[in-house]
Each structure stands twice: as structure tokens, then as C-alpha cells.
Design a protein around this ligand. Structure first.
Ligand code: ZN
Length: 388
């Protein structure tokens, strides 16, 4: 309400500027001046009584939309949108655009605001058609394309999204190559689901053109090879994908194992999974290696796991160790209460005890006033797996 109120204070100025430019006669101006004040106060009155529909009507009468007042009118439309009053924002922007005396740039800017209203209201198809109209605009093309890209990503229309992203990239380099490569990977994934392996391969080639080292492309290539029953090639692809992006190991562990098994290359995989200083610190490979080792030698698997946990203790690792000991009834001489306590302490090391409810600032010290957001008494004890 304050924003709209402030806005109304600007109205007379906008209207006055318009009239000055119109070079009306002095007497005519005086007459309009008195008309302005009565309509202005009537509008303000409606506004104070929360009758914003009537307030809009008064305001529209108050200052005719023309080249000099269009910015002010647009600002009111945008205020409605910010307040979430979408029907009013849309009606208002439509009203502005229906005026005959706007120049091209002004018309396109209002069209853009109207498209933003539709987008905010969730009417994506209407927003899309307006943004598309603006892609040839000298003034709004870049911004329109960015929103089109957003819409197509929301709708998972990857082909159209890629078209907009490429256009933005060529135009001013604002769409990053990582995004374009990911969009091509989405297309490849879709093609793979349709069993269209040729299209999938073509999309991946494009993805690599934008981001040569993209791990996801190698992962999809592995799946293509697996679908074509070329397990050895698939195994290579999955391993390379994990080398490029270690997080992918969690995502494709079962496929990785399956393809190595099918192609008789399990010993090679076990060797590859061994802790390696060249790979970033991750327990995923230790855990997978332990699971595979447990198939033939559970005791050795437990020892591998223990070594891994000593370097980096995780809940998952500890849980799997307990599972191994329990399932195979292993009585390892070096696994006793002392070791479990030691591992637990490693697990808790550095874990925050307190967290601010206002801003999320966390640490091991309690603060009555949050050092980050200065809220009073907002610091609470963390509950949950590693909390109290
Ligand atoms: Zn805080």
C-alpha cells in the first residue's frame, strides 16, 4: 500500500509533464489543474478505502497515457505485479498498450511488462507468445529471449530452450556454455528413452562442442553403449565419466559394476576403485570396493572399510561396517568399543551444535545475539542425526 501511495504522490508530476509538452493554452491548463486535484483526491480516497479498482479508474482518467506519462503508468502496473495483484497488473498494462500514441520502443516495453505479468500468473503460453513477438525487437530481444529460455526450461522443452540459449550466446555471450551443454544432454537423454541412439549421439557431440570435458555426456554415451550391448565400451565410458566428475560414481555405480561384470573386467574395476591420491577425497569408491570385495572375502572388505573410515568417517560407511560385521558374524580383533568410539568422535568433529533460526548461521558456540544477522535469542540447538 505504501508503494502505491508513494506512486500517487508522483501522479500530478507525471500529468503536469504531459500537459506541458502538449503546449496547451494557459486557461486550459488551469481548468485541467483543478480537474487534476479533484480526481487525484478522489483516487487517493479510493486507495485509502482499499478500493483499488476505482482508484485505477480515477488514475487513468487523471493522466492520459501518452509518450510523456507512459513510464509512470508502467510503474504502477509493475507495482501491482510486485504486490501479486496479477489481474490488475494485466488489465492495466493492456490498457496502456491499447493507447494509439505510443512509439515502438514504448509499445515493446509495455508488451514485455505484460508478458512478465502472464509469466508471474503462471500463464506461460501467453507469456511465451508475447516474448516471441519481442525476439525481433531492437530494445527488448535479449531480455525476452532470457525469459523464453526460462519458460522452455520449466516446460522441459529442451529443443526450444537450446535454440534460445544459442541465440543468446551468439548475441552477447549471456547464456553460459555449461547450460547449453546440459540442455544437449537433456535432449540426448530423451532420445535414449525413445531408443533413438543416432540422435542421442548427435546431441552429445553438440554438448561436447560447448563443454569438451562434460562428464554427463560420457555417462550417457556409456548408457548408449550398454543399450547396444557393447559392455566393454560402456565400462570405459562410465569410468571416464567418473574421472571427469567424481560425484557421478554414486549415480552410476550399479551400471558401472554391471558392465564390468558383463565384459569380464571385474578385477580391473576393483583395481580402479582402490584409493588413489589422484582422485578427490570420497568414500563412494571405498564403499563400492568394500561391497564388491565382500562378495568373496567379507573380512578383507571390513578392513578396507576401516582404512577408509579412518581417513574420512561417514555415517554411511559406519553403517555398512556394522552391517558387514553383523551379517558375516565377523569378530575382528581390532573392532572394539574403543574403535567405534573413535570413529564416532571423528564423525562429530567440527559438526555445528547451534544454528540461528533467522539466517542459518551455525557453529559450536552459543550466541545470545547472532553474530551474522544480529537477531536476539534466535540461536537454537540443532536436532537431527548429528545434533542433540
Ligand atoms: Zn542469524
Amino acid at each position: 500500500m505504501i508503494e502505491i501511495g508513494l506512486f500517487f504522490l508522483l501522479l500530478p508530476l507525471a500529468a503536469w509533464t504531459g500537459w506541458m509538452a502538449a503546449k496547451g493554452q494557459r486557461s486550459r491548463r488551469r481548468k485541467q489543474g483543478s480537474l487534476l486535484s479533484s480526481q487525484y483526491f478522489r483516487g487517493l480516497n479510493y486507495l485509502l478505502n482499499e478500493e483499488s479498482d476505482k482508484a485505477i479508474e480515477e488514475f487513468v482518467k487523471l493522466a492520459e497515457v501518452n509518450r510523456n506519462t507512459v513510464d509512470t503508468h508502467m510503474a504502477l502496473g509493475t507495482l501491482f505485479r510486485r504486490r501479486g495483484e496479477m489481474d490488475k497488473a494485466i488489465r492495466y498494462h493492456k490498457h496502456i498498450i491499447s493507447r494509439p500514441n505510443l512509439d515502438d520502443e514504448q509499445r515493446e516495453r509495455v508488451l514485455f511488462e505484460l508478458a512478465m505479468d502472464y509469466m508471474r500468473a503462471g500463464l506461460l503460453d501467453r507469456a511465451e507468445s508475447l516474448f516471441l513477438e519481442l525476439t525481433d525487437s531492437d530494445f527488448m530481444a535479449g531480455r525476452a529471449r532470457r525469459h523464453l529460455l526460462d519458460i522452455y526450461q520449466q516446460e522441459k522443452d529442451w529443443l526450444k530452450a537450446v535454440e534460445q540459449a544459442q541465440s543468446l550466446h551468439l548475441r552477447d555471450g549471456t547464456a553460459d556454455v555449461g547450460l547449453i551443454a546440459q540442455l544437449y544432454c537433456e535432449l540426448a537423454d530423451e532420445a535414449l528413452i525413445r531408443d533413438d541412439l543416432e540422435s542421442a549421439t548427435q546431441h552429445l557431440r553438440q554438448a561436447r562442442r560447448y563443454l569438451p570435458g562434460i562428464g554427463r555426456a560420457r555417462l550417457i554415451e556409456g548408457r548408449i553403449a550398454q543399450n547396444s550391448l557393447d559392455f566393454s565400451l560402456a565400462a570405459d565410458c562410465f569410468r571416464e565419466a567418473c574421472e571427469r566428475d567424481p560425484d557421478l560414481l554414486v549415480l552410476c555405480a550399479s551400471e558401472l559394476v554391471e558392465c564390468h561384470r558383463q565384459s569380464g573386467r571385474m578385477p580391473e574395476l576393483m583395481e580402479w576403485l582402490r584409493p588413489d591420491s589422484s582422485r578427490p577425497d570420497s568414500n563412494a569408491s571405498v564403499l563400492l570396493l568394500a561391497r564388491l570385495t565382500a562378495e568373496s572375502d567379507p573380512e578383507r572388505a571390513a578392513h578396507l572399510l576401516l582404512e577408509g573410515l579412518e581417513k574420512r568417517c561417514t555415517v554411511r560407511g559406519l553403517e555398512y561396517l556394522m552391517e558387514l560385521l553383523n551379517t558375516h558374524e565377523l569378530g575382528l580383533s581390532d573392532v572394539g568399543p574403543q574403535l567405534i568410539r573413535d570413529l564416532m568422535q571423528r564423525l562429530m568433529q567440527g559438526q555445528p551444535v547451534y544454528r540461528c533460526e533467522q539466517c542459518g548461521f551455525s557453529g559450536t558456540t552459543h550466541h545470545w545475539m547472532c553474530p551474522s544477522c544480529r537477531s536476539c535469542n534466535s540461536t537454537r540447538v540443532i536436532r537431527g542425526v548429528l545434533g542433540e
